[in-house]
Design a protein around this ligand. Structure first.
Ligand SMILES: Cc1cc2nc3c(=O)[nH]c(=O)nc-3n(C[C@H](O)[C@H](O)[C@H](O)COP(=O)(O)OP(=O)(O)OC[C@H]3O[C@@H](n4cnc5c(N)ncnc54)[C@H](O)[C@@H]3O)c2cc1C
Length: 513
């Protein structure tokens, strides 16, 4: 089908209407922008599902330096210190800006923000909404603000399928909307498409989060960074539902403990116990489960009868799974939750392709290093949405010749990728199983079939995980348990990943020929 040419030439096109995309659009106002949203705006996305809240150093005993130290410690030596410094200094302002946009954060009697504690934070610094409703309230306020801003045009039901690039420079974007393919002539595209969780069988992410923006950037030739670093949340509710409901860290912040089926509190001997960094807790649970044991989060004493009023969303998910969290321990297991890697961007949110910016979970700023500190990602989405907007304001627009018609790729389907990635790139990895995934993923990524783009993202995760022959942060190799002396960040292009795949699984070349 021929793509209809849409939108006045040169308008900024933002792909994704979560916290990152909407903050970019709002901060660009009154500059005209188009926001493409695959679902109805505010109906699906990780932002909507966020339970914990947003991290910022507000407390009297807190400072941006302490927030930075905690972020760097969780990131296990791989954070970009300059980005961390900029982020932690900006976080309180970003939250005040969101409050001005209408987000009703929980307040103390004196009007200040009520602050909660979460894993690996040395101070209470998490701003919540209604206990566990931060994401819902954030999206309510951002959607209302965006709809009330005349410079923002929202196109719902539009899925971005390809970025048109010439001479390493953005020329346009191909999307498919309710009326068929649509071509946007623009030199400025922002990727804000969220995470990759739906590439895994067990994830807390919405089913629409399978790294489409990362694939778009990769196919456009952009550099990706730290792709191997996938965060597994230690406490997803262990029920049959997919995606798996999250049992927030905030419960452990309130004193809930992790026990096995014998009642043993197995994190008691670990520094910070249940509030150790996520990767440490996830591995401890994984080891118990691998021994055939069961693991529970026990909130009976710490929260008990207040559970329903303090954590209504988690209480509802537990009830649906047949668990009464006030009276019985909650069954939990690790599940994919967040991607630290993504489209490599500089301090202004610019990717390696001219005219292509990225923010939110799809981007890799270097803030999270090898492991994200809890509740830093919503703050990052808000801060870097504004950073990208400032960068776009200052960027020049190049004149381009008219766009030729572009072939529309099929809608993506990650189903065939899930078993391969889940089996090989989970909480614990090893070279043999990672290598076994390379050939099948490379073949799928080159196929042009619905699995192709999801497989391209999965291939880059696996190739980067194979290349990192040590264990650090969320990347744990059973065959290389040592920590590196001087850890380095990683970067990769899709062509580079294919070249690695051809070297690792040469029989694939024959299949292609
Ligand atoms: C259950 C859960 C709880 C969490 N809790 C917290 C928390 O308490 N604190 C915290 O800091 N972080 C939390 N996180 C992480 C955080 O929510 C995300 O990292 C953050 O919301 C990402 O925002 P985003 O705008 O980048 O992506 P999203 O909010 O996921 O928005 C991206 C949007 O882009 C759309 N999209 C995708 N591909 C396309 C395409 N090709 N074309 C058009 N649209 C597309 C998606 O459908 C989605 O609507 C949580 C995550 C989950 C899953």
């Amino acid at each position: 089908m021929t793509a209809e040419l849409l939108s006045p030439r040169g308008r900024v096109v933002i792909v994704g209407g979560g916290a990152a995309g909407l903050m970019t659009a709002l901060e660009l106002a009154p500059q005209p922008v188009v926001v493409l949203s695959k679902p109805r705006l505010g109906a699906e996305g990780s932002t909507l599902w966020a339970q914990g809240g947003m991290a910022a150093a507000f407390g009297a005993s807190d400072s941006s330096a302490l927030h930075a130290a905690d972020t760097m410690a969780a990131g296990d030596g791989l954070c970009d210190a300059a980005i961390v410094d900029c982020f932690t200094r900006s976080a309180p302002m970003a939250i005040k800006r969101l409050a001005r946009l209408g987000v009703r954060f929980d307040r103390k009697k004196d009007g200040g923000f009520a602050l909660g504690l979460e894993a690996a934070h040395s101070r209470p610094r998490i701003v919540h909404v209604g206990g566990d409703g931060a994401g819902r309230e954030l999206m309510r306020a951002l959607v209302a603000a965006a709809l009330a801003t005349p410079s923002i045009e929202i196109l719902e039901g539009f899925e971005a399928r390809r970025i048109v690039v010439e001479d390493n420079s953005v020329r346009g974007l191909l999307a498919v909307g309710p009326g068929g393919p649509a071509l946007f002539a623009t030199g400025k595209v922002v990727i804000a498409t969220g995470g990759i969780g739906a590439l895994f069988e067990e994830s807390t992410n919405p089913l629409g989060s399978f790294g489409q923006g990362v694939a778009l950037a990769a196919r456009a030739g952009a550099v990706l960074a730290d792709m191997e670093f996938v965060q597994f949340h230690p406490t997803a509710l262990d029920v049959a539902a997919r995606p798996m409901p999250l049992v927030s860290e905030a419960l452990r912040g309130e004193g809930a403990t992790l026990i096995d089926e014998t009642g043993e509190r197995f994190m008691a001997g670990t520094p910070r116990a249940e509030l150790a960094p996520r990767d440490v807790v996830a591995r401890a649970i994984w080891r118990r489960l691998a021994q055939g044991r069961r693991v529970f989060l026990d909130a009976r004493t710490a929260i008990g009868a207040n559970f329903e009023s303090r954590f209504p969303i988690i209480a509802a998910a537990c009830r649906k799974g047949g668990v009464d969290p006030a009276r019985e321990p909650i069954p939990v297991r690790p599940a994919q939750h967040y991607h630290m890697g993504g489209i490599s961007v500089d301090a202004e949110g610019c990717s390696s392709v001219a005219g292509l910016w990225a923010c939110g979970e799809a981007a890799c700023t270097g803030l999270h290093g090898a492991n994200r500190l809890a509740s830093n990602s919503l703050s990052e989405a808000a801060i870097f949405g504004a950073v990208v907007a400032r960068s776009i304001h200052g960027a020049s627009t190049r004149a381009h010749a008219p766009l030729r018609n572009i072939v529309t790729p099929p809608a993506s389907d990650p189903a065939a990728v899930r078993p391969v990635l889940s089996r090989t790139a989970g909480v614990m990895r090893d070279g043999e199983s990672l290598r076994s995934a390379v050939g099948p993923l490379a073949a799928m990524a080159r196929s042009g079939l619905p699995a192709a783009d999801p497989a391209a993202v999965a291939l880059m995760i696996v190739v980067a995980a194979l290349a990192r022959e040590h264990s650090i942060g969320a990347h744990c190799r059973l065959d290389f348990p040592e920590r590196p002396v001087e850890p380095r960040r990683s970067c990769l292009t899709l062509d580079g990943a294919f070249a690695e795949a051809d070297a690792i699984a040469p029989h694939n070349l024959a299949k292609r020929a």
